[in-house]
Design a protein around this ligand. Structure first.
Ligand SMILES: Cc1cc2nc3c(=O)[nH]c(=O)nc-3n(C[C@H](O)[C@H](O)[C@H](O)COP(=O)(O)OP(=O)(O)OC[C@H]3O[C@@H](n4cnc5c(N)ncnc54)[C@H](O)[C@@H]3O)c2cc1C
Ligand code: FES
Length: 280
């Protein structure tokens, strides 16, 4: 049984007004981690279990990095932790690692904290000499994450903001369309998108028109993370899949996004009540 001190926060950095990056001591998880996988974290004894992507890992140092966007009760609680404090437990690595299908050029698309989830994927691809580019987007400049880090592992990073405060003014899909129009041999391109569900659906729709192989990292509501509770059920290619064990990466053109988005809203009332209780 892992001791609590194993999950000590060694480094905390605020990336945006609502996002923090934590480097956490978790040697056993770091040893087995691969890009595309995630962990399930409990911040304290009575805390909810929340799934978060492994945003990086260092096997030598025995650390995993996670980037947490504060959206509700537990992620805010996580965001309030300081260096040298610990999370109660951190289970993983979970899910299937990312596998490159056929791309010789991989274009990673990251929306919000999705840029952080994209990072280990493009880092490993870059190390194995696969050409990598990234297109990352956020509402405004202050909500962008990991532009500098992605620049170190990609030949090009195209930054998009909704308001034009940094880089291209528009959505990541607008920028992706321009990039796809420039590329002659689209058969060699593979797109990997991580971010809010509407963004991943829009990317899938665009790349479907261009017939470009595309993977998305789905983030349905997860509870146990072991394929037993059924919480993360998604339909992919007409078949039932459980994102925690079969994913979270799936062929974007096969995903039933309408169902995914409907299921993610199942607990909206409970989430609002929990948030209100925290604010009191
Ligand atoms: C595979 C996977 C990887 C993820 N990676 C990251 C990450 O790297 N960084 C990050 O900030 N967030 C990540 N998330 C989302 C994160 O799990 C939710 O933001 C978090 O659970 C919200 O909990 P809350 O109590 O703060 O908010 P709540 O108020 O409880 O919920 C806010 C919203 O978060 C989502 N959510 C709530 N509970 C869960 C749950 N148990 N599982 C999944 N989604 C939930 C729902 O869309 C909900 O509407 C990931 C989710 C999945 C499934
Ligand atoms: S989280 Fe329970 S089956 Fe996936």
């Amino acid at each position: 049984m892992a001791s609590k001190s194993e999950f000590r926060i060694l480094k905390k950095e605020r990336l945006t007004p609502v996002t923090n990056r934590f480097v956490i001591s978790a040697p056993w998880v770091a040893r087995a981690a691969a890009p595309g996988q995630f962990v399930i974290v409990r911040v304290h004894e009575e805390g909810e279990r929340i799934p978060v992507t492994i945003a990086d890992f260092d096997r030598q140092r025995g650390t995993v990095t996670v980037v947490i966007q504060e959206v509700g009760r537990t992620s805010k609680l996580f965001g309030s932790l300081m260096e040298n404090q610990s999370v109660l437990d951190l289970v993983g690595p979970l899910g299937e690692p990312f596998h490159l299908k056929k791309g010789k050029l991989v274009i990673g698309i990251g929306g919000g904290f999705g840029a952080a989830a994209l990072f280990p994927i493009v880092r490993i691809l870059n190390e194995s000499k696969t050409a990598t580019e990234a297109i990352i987007g956020a509402r405004t400049k202050e909500f962008l994450v990991l532009e500098k880090e992605l620049n170190q592992v990609c030949s090009q990073v195209h930054v998009c903001t909704d308001d034009g405060s940094h880089g291209f003014k528009g959505f990541v899909t607008d920028r992706l369309k321009l990039r796809l129009d420039e590329i002659k041999n689209l058969e060699e391109v593979e797109v990997v998108a991580v971010g809010p569900m509407p963004m991943m659906r829009a990317v899938a729709s665009l790349t479907g028109q261009y017939k470009v192989s595309t993977q998305v990292s789905l983030d349905p509501i997860m509870i146990d993370g072991t394929g037993m509770c059924g919480g993360c059920r998604v339909t992919v290619g007409g078949k039932i899949k459980f994102a925690c064990v079969d994913g979270p990466m799936f062929d974007a053109h096969e995903v039933d996004f309408t169902e995914c988005m409907r299921r993610n809203k199942m607990y909206v009332k409970e989430e609002a009540a929990s948030n209100a209780a925290q604010a009191r």
